[in-house]
Design a protein around this ligand. Structure first.
Ligand code: GDP
Ligand code: MG
Length: 598
């Protein structure tokens, strides 16, 4: 099949608008899989992802479609993740395409991530094909949503396929639109090799599998290739495409999408966005847009009591093999012992890793509060970048500090504008402007400190707007800020795992909340325990856990013995999950409840 009959496309959508469901239908309708082979949502292949409904890892599938004009086409469907944390990966997978299906849920309309994805697609010069989904639902507002797409995004919706991905209605229209509207790829198959890596993951048998778009030239087994960002070279073992399984081919040419393996041992040597070229006949310039992924959010991860440090390290190493964006290094905490400082793309990425440690490795871990990177400008002019509160130098050495600020767009029905303004103000936000999308929907632009966004912003937004508002953000830069280190003292001893860097204005509120929660979770002892929140040497909040009066067994004195036994066992069980801080036993769950953002 010639280049003219290839179509490379992605599906972009706000979460839950039906991207995965449509992908299933397209795969089904092109007959590449039998329905027996067809698992629900073929493209999302990690369990966790399926449950959360979020695509994390990109994948490409080759479909063969015979169109109404009687010609055969190769359709390469490239899946993209749908969350702000993974925007760079989205942009690289879009760069591998000529077109994108823009799915909009006809009961919801345009949302923050619909727009964010459209901007990314426009940056890559893609042909955008609007597709209106969920028309089977009685609450569908098809005409209104079409008008909204035209007004807000400025693309014509006259011929937009109106579909139900769930019921398989009008899927043929989507396939025809792909064939007729998405441009065929161009590029000289005889030129020096230039291929974009838009996804890579580690496979135990084959090493790293890179998903690539060949932009120029040809790649085949036996060829020596070079990664242009690192200069590392490898010999190609296999090239091929994914249909229902890996299919090995002789070569991939300009315009093709497929995979390549080359005994690469580490995903860090084949990172998303990098350009592959021919070692012996290299291209002059790499493809544009390569970015090193930098973690934005950090937290400490510690083995829970009874859990082994080494097994946590092994698990993190295994996860890292498939996740070039995850970074970690050992650290120690006085309260929690030996653990790791881990860096993530964002909060969702952090939650996914924490959940995978639990589910896939069956590990009990304690995670400290998430933090961002702060810049400290010291009196001697030196600039320090820290993300761990315990690394903060004494106030006397600090000239000033800076924190990262993001530009946020919040889309919402007009009913919630007041509630959102209040929330953003409370989160130290700066209002920029507000635009009407239609009569009853607006987009609000704010600048917000990232440290507030990662705390509980997303949940607060959802609960104040009953789930109707959507959020997208990008880093703007660093700005000076009055930040302080908040310490929590239990029985006079500072507990490093509870320390936080917060804005001066927030210190009291946060300190008091933590102290109050600790009073609830730390059991009474034989003596009274003061819980204090402090900034420097100044105590800003204080609570007391009163001393225990009676023995736990006293109340069943003379009572039946089995109940007594049960109580003792319960106490023993509880003891195992305690952390000793000075003379105080702090239950493990204290670390979880206190750091929970709500
Ligand atoms: P994604 O997050 O964009 O991948 O969305 P999914 O494909 O996972 O779909 C989100 C939810 O919407 C799922 O519960 C789907 O079953 C449902 N859904 C998708 N398409 C349709 C549709 O055409 N009609 C109806 N009624 N539900 C749909
Ligand atoms: Mg999905």
């Amino acid at each position: 099949i010639s280049q003219d009959n290839i179509r490379n496309f992605s599906i972009i959508a706000h979460i839950d608008h039906g991207k995965s469901t449509l992908a299933d239908r397209l795969i089904e309708k092109t007959g590449m899989l039998t329905s027996r082979e067809m698992q629900a949502q073929v493209l999302d292949n990690m369990d966790l992802e399926r449950e959360r409904g979020i695509t994390i890892k990109l994948k490409a599938v080759r479909l063969v479609y015979e169109s109404k004009d009687g010609e055969k086409y190769i359709l390469n469907l490239i899946d993209t993740p749908g969350h702000v944390d993974f925007n760079y990966e989205v942009s690289r997978s879009l760069a591998a395409c000529e077109g994108a299906l823009l799915i909009v849920d006809s009961t919801q309309g345009v949302e923050a991530q619909t727009l964010a994805n459209v901007y990314l697609a426009l940056e890559e010069d893609l042909e955008i094909i609007p597709v209106i989904n969920k028309i089977d639902l009685p609450s569908a507002r098809t005409d209104e949503v079409k008008r909204e797409i035209e007004d807000v995004i400025g693309i014509d919706c006259e011929d937009a396929p109106l579909i139900s991905a769930k019921e398989g209605l009008n899927i043929e229209d989507v396939l025809e639109a792909i064939v007729n509207k998405v441009p065929a790829p161009t590029g000289d198959p005889k030129a020096p090799l230039k291929a974009l890596i838009f996804d890579s993951y580690y496979d135990t048998y084959k090493g790293v599998i890179c998903y690539i778009r060949v932009v120029e030239g040809t790649i085949k087994a036996g060829m020596e290739i070079k990664m242009m960002s690192t200069g590392k070279t490898f010999e190609v073992t296999e090239v091929g495409v994914n249909t229902s399984k890996h299919v090995v081919l002789d070569e991939l040419c300009a315009g093709d999408v497929g995979f390549v393996t080359a005994s690469i041992k580490d995903v860090k040597e084949a990172t998303v966005g990098d350009t592959i070229t021919d070692k012996n006949n290299p291209t002059k310039e790499p493809l544009s847009g390569y970015k090193e992924v930098v973690p934005m959010v950090y937290c400490g991860i510690y083995p829970a009591e009874g859990e082994d440090f080494n097994s946590v390290r092994d698990a993190l190493e295994k996860l890292q093999v498939n996740d070039a964006a995850l970074v970690f290094e050992p650290e120690t905490s006085a309260a929690l012992g030996f653990g790791f400082r881990c860096g993530f793309l964002g909060l969702l990425h952090m939650e996914i890793i924490q959940e995978r440690l639990d589910r896939e490795f069956d590990l009990n871990i304690i995670a400290t509060a998430p933090s961002v990177i702060y810049k400290i400008i010291k009196n001697d002019g030196k600039v320090l970048e820290i993300q761990n509160p315990t690394d903060m130098p004494p106030l006397t050495e600090i000239n000033y500090m800076e924190e990262p600020i993001v530009k946020a767009s919040i889309m919402t029905p007009t009913d919630y504008v007041g509630a959102i303004m209040e929330l953003c103000q409370n989160k130290r936000g700066t209002f920029l402007n507000m635009e009407y999308l239609e009569e009853k929907r607006v987009v609000m632009h704010y600048e917000l400190p990232l440290n507030e966004v990662i705390y509980d912003f997303f949940d607060a937004l959802k609960s104040r707007t009953r789930g109707y508002a959507s959020l997208d953000y990008e880093l703007k830069g660093y700005e000076p800020s009055n930040l302080v280190k908040l310490d929590i003292l239990i029985n006079g001893e500072s507990v490093d795992a509870f320390s936080l860097i917060v804005h001066e204005e927030k210190a009291y509120e946060r300190g008091r909340t933590i102290a109050e929660r600790l009073v609830d979770v730390i059991p009474r002892h034989q003596f009274a325990i003061p819980i204090q929140a402090a900034v420097g040497s100044k105590i800003i909040a204080r609570e007391t856990i009163r001393a225990l009066r009676k023995d736990v067994l006293a109340k069943c004195y003379g009572g039946d013995i089995s109940r007594k036994k049960k109580l003792l066992e319960k106490q023993k069980e509880g003891k195992k999950r305690m952390r000793q801080i000075g003379a105080v036993e702090v239950p493990q769950e204290a670390f979880l409840t206190v750091l929970k953002y709500d």
